[in-house]
Design a protein around this ligand. Structure first.
Ligand code: FAD
Ligand code: DLZ
Ligand code: SF4
Length: 519
């Protein structure tokens, strides 16, 4: 009698050979299920380039698994028998392949994990859900770090202390028990404005093959109403191309990553950022490999320590910390709104049509590339949403739709915790609120803006200038108790009444004006 196969269900962001659900898989017998489903592609109306990237990466990964000897049951979106959701696709595959049980790696998102738990009850075979050990810290590791001896959680968590633990555990950039170079964090060296004459490395383009072209045609047909440009499409979509892209980053961009990490430049969407997040998040690249390659570059003298430490911190610090906070705080985290922000998201988030050049640039680049770098996300788009008091749920949905690295586990804490302070400071010690002066210092956007960054009041003044003070005023009660805001809240308290009135007037005019139009 032949053995019944085990069905190994691999989700779209689990495109890794070392996946826990594939451990001990029997290539001769077991079956891997992968499914493109309408329910996921429309759970929010994802950017066209994001869907194309993920479907192409999924199809290439299925092929790579087959080349490695696995049998893959791949359900394409346009398969006439595609039921359109994960649960039904799984139930059909269990029957079709007469499997004895199902194994999967834990979904990265709460919504999908909840659904998976319900599939257990509906299937007539066992469903085993295994931890996702592609992350360096397990849920238990994070909870134990974030919990006090008496079992309670502190009111705030700080990434820096978690990061030091991660450095100790991984041994990355350690010299015995001490951090390499004598400091844990070289961020103070990483805030330089970008001089005009610094050449920007050119990101390599990957020509779409037939498989990617098929996906582009499919997405063009089925998702034409979704946000964003589908073409040109030149992203890496295979594990091999992802590694060669990492090689490029390590040699060409990493050396400048630290110095100009906070800089922004007109028509330069990438600068020295890695563009690796989508590749890491969908599983094509291992985060450990990225850190090891960066450390090796430092050891060989090919990249300075401030750059390498900054990059490693983003991956073993921020990325892991963000994921820990998501699982610690869900499901309530989705609803937090500590500052009671309630304004609707203005239309220009979808059109890019605004006189505010910093926002127009960042949103148009997002529309073209399904990517914006961290400082555009945090200090331009996020900052605007914070100081204009946009409803966190609307902001969250926008961020989940538009970026090709966006999955709820990473998008949500970054939006509600880091950018909007909507969790009341659990994740960030103070709001990342800034006036136009910050954007002007870190970019060349203001030079070609219709607004005047040095003007504080009136129709031509940079809106970030008066919205910043208006935000502090509107949230005076909550923010006055934050000790890191002491100095600025003191200045607000001392501000002459007429000046404050002018700020309120400008802000009201702006909120009621064309920039904030909602269809
Ligand atoms: P780099 O600047 O080159 O950084 C290197 C790597 O570090 C990234 O590839 C990423 O894996 C990791 N990293 C850096 N910062 C963070 C962070 N704050 N959280 C998690 N990982 C980090 N990142 C996502 O992956 N998906 C999202 O949906 C997402 N949404 C965000 C929303 C907002 C409002 C903000 C402020 C940040 C968001 N980030 C998100 C974090 C960060 O902006 C992106 O990871 C980064 O811009 C991706 O570009 P990169 O690969 O060029 O990053
Ligand atoms: C984001 C996304 C999209 C657009 N489509 C699919 C899909 O068709 N099939 C799939 O397996 N995953 C997709 N994903 C990712 C999921 O929405 C979700 O983020 C992951 O399953 C993690 O929970
Ligand atoms: Fe942005 Fe203000 Fe500068 Fe215009 S002037 S680019 S709105 S910061």
């Amino acid at each position: 009698m032949s053995e019944r196969p085990v069905l190994r269900f691999v989700l779209g962001d689990q495109l890794s050979f070392g996946l826990s659900s594939l451990a001990e898989a029997d290539r001769a017998c077991d079956i891997i299920l992968m499914a493109e489903v309408m329910g996921e592609a429309t759970s929010v109306r994802h950017h066209k380039k994001k869907i194309a990237f993920l479907f192409s990466a999924m199809r290439h990964h299925a092929q790579a698994l087959r080349d490695d000897g696995f049998t893959v049951d791949y359900l394409a979106l346009d398969d006439p028998n595609n039921p359109g959701d994960f649960g039904s696709a799984l139930a059909q595959a269990v029957k079709r392949n007469d499997v004895c049980r199902v194994v999967m790696t834990e979904p990265s998102e709460w919504r999908v994990l909840e659904a998976a738990q319900s599939w257990r009850e509906e299937l007539d075979v066992d469903l085993e859900i295994r931890p996702d050990d592609r992350f360096l810290a397990s849920h238990e590791d994070f909870v134990s770090w974030a919990t006090r001896k008496d079992g309670s959680h502190p009111k705030t968590l700080r990434m820096e202390y978690f990061y030091r633990e991660m450095r100790r555990c991984t041994g990355y950039l350690m010299e015995g028990d001490d951090p390499a170079g004598g400091e844990w964090n070289f961020d103070s060296q990483n805030r330089k404005a970008l001089p005009e004459d610094v050449p920007i490395p050119k990101r390599p383009a990957f020509e779409p093959d037939q498989l990617t072209r098929d996906v582009i045609a499919l997405v063009g047909n089925r998702f034409s109403g979704h946000f964003g440009d589908l073409e040109p499409f030149d992203y890496p979509v295979t594990g091999e191309d992802a590694k060669s892209y990492l090689d490029w980053f390590i040699s060409d961009a990493l050396p400048g990553f630290g110095d100009w990490q906070d800089a922004m430049k007109q028509d330069e969407p990438l600068l020295f950022h890695s563009h690796l997040s989508a590749l890491i998040n969908c599983g094509l690249l291992d985060p450990r490999l990225c850190c090891e390659r960066a450390e090796e570059a430092w050891q060989k003298g090919e990249a300075p320590l401030n750059a390498v430490e900054g990059f490693v911190r983003q991956i073993i610090g921020w990325r892991e910390f963000i994921r820990g906070v998501y699982w610690l705080k869900m499901p309530d985290y989705a609803k937090v709104n500590a500052l009671s922000a309630s304004r609707p998201l203005p239309d220009f988030f979808w059109t890019g049509e605004t006189g505010m050049n910093c926002l127009a640039q960042s949103i148009r680049e997002t529309r073209a590339n399904a990517y914006a770098h961290h400082i555009q996300r945090l200090m331009v788009i996020g900052n605007f949403c914070l100081i204009a008091g946009i409803d966190p749920r609307e902001v969250q949905e926008w961020f989940l739709i538009v970026y090709f690295d966006a999955y709820e586990w990473v998008e949500m804490p970054n939006v509600v915790g880091m950018a909007l302070f909507a969790d009341g400071g659990f994740l960030a010690s103070k709001p990342y609120a800034a006036s136009g002066a910050y954007i002007n210092k870190m970019s060349d956007y203001c030079g070609s803006c219709r607004y005047k960054v040095r003007e504080k009041q009136g129709e031509n003044a940079c809106p970030f200038n008066y919205l910043y003070w208006n935000f502090l005023k509107e949230n005076q009660e909550v923010l006055s108790s934050n000790h890191r805001m002491g100095l600025i809240m003191g200045s607000l308290a001392k501000m002459p009444h007429e000046k404050l009135e002018g700020i309120t007037e400008d802000s009201q005019r702006f909120f009621g004006g064309p920039e904030m139009k909602v269809a």
